[in-house]
Ligand binder design. Sequence first.
Ligand code: NAI
Length: 401
Amino acid sequence: MSKLVVLVCGGGNGAHTTAGLAAYRENMESRVLTLFKDEAERWTNLMKENDFTVQVSDANTNTSTDLKAKPTIVSKDPATVVPGAHLIIFTMPAFAHPTYFEAIRPHLDDGAIIIGMPGQPGFEFQCFDILKDKAKSCTIMSFESLPWAARILEFGKTVQILGTKASLMGSIINAKTKPPHDPLQSMQKVLGSNPVLKQTSNYLEPYLLTKAIVHPPIMYARWKDWDGKPLDKVPLFYQGVDEMAAKYLSGVADELMATAKAFQSQNPKLDMSHVIHLTDWYRQDYAKDITDKTNLMTCLQTNAAYDGLVHPMIEKDGKFMPNFGYRYLVEDVPNGLVVTKGLALIAGVKTPYTDEVLLWCQKTMEKEYMVDGKLTGKDIQETRCPQRYGYSTIDDLVSIL
Ligand code: NAI
């Protein structure tokens, strides 16, 4: 089999990790496309003088392994790196996806495999919208999350994998043209033995399994009755979830389950059996980290993987104000909650919890997405909800399966 050419798009934690791992594999070429500021130039210059290292930490043995290998090129010029790429992996916050879709479009080879890792809800809608006919000759994959908890230690030099998921679900929309490399096997080769990649039945399952819906309800519950005064201490985010936050989180998760069930009952082509409730997802994916699995609240409060994670805050004169400009709202509402609301509307499912959370989020963000329960607000074009792209029935959703 010919060498697998992997193009990693992005320049952050996930991009550093993926590019380093791909460079380390045999019979694989790793390239990077980063369009953000001077990242490509800085990364390139740093690699002239230094190693590029992925540090893989093992919490059980308290040891760490260094994988040293450099991508062949880090560029901001799509014409240089996109042609010949078999796997094009988007690993960046979702708000940056459209810039990269636009950039790669003129240079894509037929048979390329485009991957959102994570894709986040609406990835496929946006991909088809921007790539148009070109999308049909590409395989489109989308993973529910990033495979690791990863942090850059030194930009362009060292990234650390703090933890690796045991398994990861991803969807595949097949191309008209069969790609030269098997999509799922190729991704597995990039990642190594963990996480074990599993294919969902369709592209909609990861949307309803998304973790993007976790942050807005927690933000809502914590700040909806806030008196506007600065705080002395930064509150814990996940481990600070109380009964009220758990009620909203669980309510939104119930609405995702109801949407999945409604899709399946209305169209037998839509097997949604991989969509599980958020509480069960925590019990399963964080089995070793959670000490009390009684309910959603205890799963969050006693999850060691969340040790020390706090609400996004802005410090001023030793006091703290909530940061409503953080990705928990600005990324996860337009590319999460608004998309799942759009799916619920198509499925005919009532969503009182989602609506209440969404109304507060959009007011806080000074945006207008939902009006009278419909997605007709003036800022809807900034979201990835299906209605924005003209998908308004289940048949429309099934048309791109
Ligand atoms: P990151 O925060 O490291 O991404 C920053 C990078 O995004 C920048 O280096 C730049 O390349 C790009 N970027 C930022 N602003 C941009 C702009 N205005 N235009 C174009 N590009 C811009 O992201 P990270 O940590 O790699 O995460 C990627 C995705 O994975 C996110 O959706 C995140 O929520 C998710 N995720 C991350 C985890 C982690 O441990 N890092 C764990 C689970 C999910």
